[in-house]
Design a protein around this ligand. Structure first.
Ligand SMILES: [Zn+2]
Length: 98
């Protein structure tokens, strides 16, 4: 999703944790990270099931937004973005199935 971006490109530390990955996930999926940063994120996704699911979910939400964009008002887009934000809550272990 290309919105107006004026921030400097995001940077990823050598071994990013889940929180860091979550923060750059959208940029990563948009292909906006530098190659070595994208590689670090990809590496994390490979061994972190939780972030991998998150990445897939975010991808699906972005795809849905793009498909629906002409029909969506700002409130709906905001709600979907809120869903992404809630998904991205580091430090919380995945809840066991009931
Ligand atoms: Zn992770």
């Amino acid at each position: 999703m290309k919105l107006f971006r004026r921030e400097p490109p995001l940077q990823v530390s050598e071994e990013p944790d889940c929180h860091e990955v979550a923060e750059v996930l959208q940029s990563y999926l948009d292909g906006e990270l530098a190659a070595h940063d994208a590689g670090r994120v990809a590496e994390h996704l490979e061994h972190c099931h939780r972030c991998d699911i998150e990445a897939t979910t975010v991808q699906q939400v972005i795809a849905a937004i793009q498909r629906q964009r002409p029909a969506l008002d700002d409130a709906t887009v905001g709600r979907l973005t809120g869903v992404i934000d809630r998904l991205v809550q580091p430090g919380e272990p995945p809840r066991p199935a009931p």
